[in-house]
Design a protein around this ligand. Structure first.
Ligand code: TYD
Length: 204
């Protein structure tokens, strides 16, 4: 594929949105054609699935149902948005992708990282990001940041133990793929942005 596929990962409250917006501004100013998107979501159908997944009323959802819904939303997103954009040479920046499922459903929910990666292999038609920025942060700092900023969704309302597992899961994930570039998310936003730019310049 002609384009470049960049994903951002990290525990809740790791500051992905800020960094994604900064990178989007930078690349757009440089003249690149950039698409900004997110998971779960990014298409009409996937946004509907997102509402079901994140609705705090759906507390009884089974882990496998959750994993399949994330994968279903992703399948539509890949088919309708990501592959066409990459084929036409665009840069796609995606807020979370398969790695989130591997960590949240595979490790934190206990389904197994390999199983979840396999399910997602079908959903994504095997496409993988060119680079993944992992904004890493201890669980308690991330959740504190989130609580200060908005009403919590179903996943964010999970116990601190669940979020600690998510952080553990990200620490396992970083060794799983060479494309993953870890950054300490406790640093100042400007500093993180300049590290990301340096890395991206080497890839473009
Ligand atoms: P969102 O509001 O997008 O959170 P954030 O701003 O932290 O990215 O909600 C997405 C939630 O869904 C978040 O808690 C992570 C979780 N998630 C999974 O559990 N599995 C997945 O595959 C994805 C994409 C997200």
């Amino acid at each position: 594929m002609k384009g470049l596929f960049i994903t951002f990962e990290g525990p809740d409250g790791s500051g992905k949105t800020t960094q994604i917006n900064l990178l989007n501004n930078y690349l757009t100013k440089c003249g690149y054609d950039v698409i900004l998107t997110r998971e779960p979501g990014g298409t009409k159908i996937s946004e509907k699935i997102r509402e079901v997944i994140l609705n705090p009323e759906n507390k009884g959802m089974s882990p496998i149902c959750e994993a399949l819904l994330y994968a279903a939303a992703r399948a539509q997103h890949v088919y309708e948005v990501i592959i066409p954009a990459l084929n036409s040479g665009k840069i796609v920046i995606c807020d979370r992708f398969t790695d989130s499922s591997v960590v949240y459903q595979g490790y934190a929910r206990g389904l197994g990282e390999d199983l979840v990666e396999n399910i997602n292999h079908y959903a994504t038609l095997g496409i993988e990001p060119n680079i993944t920025f992992l904004l890493n942060l201890p669980a308690e700092i991330g959740i504190k940041r989130k609580k200060e900023s908005k009403t919590l969704d179903r996943l964010e309302q999970e116990s601190i133990i669940f979020h600690e597992k998510v952080c553990e899961g990200y620490n396992r994930l970083k060794n799983r793929h060479k494309r993953i570039f870890e950054i300490d998310a406790a640093m100042e936003a400007d500093k993180i942005h300049s590290i990301i730019i340096e890395k991206i310049k080497n890839i473009l």
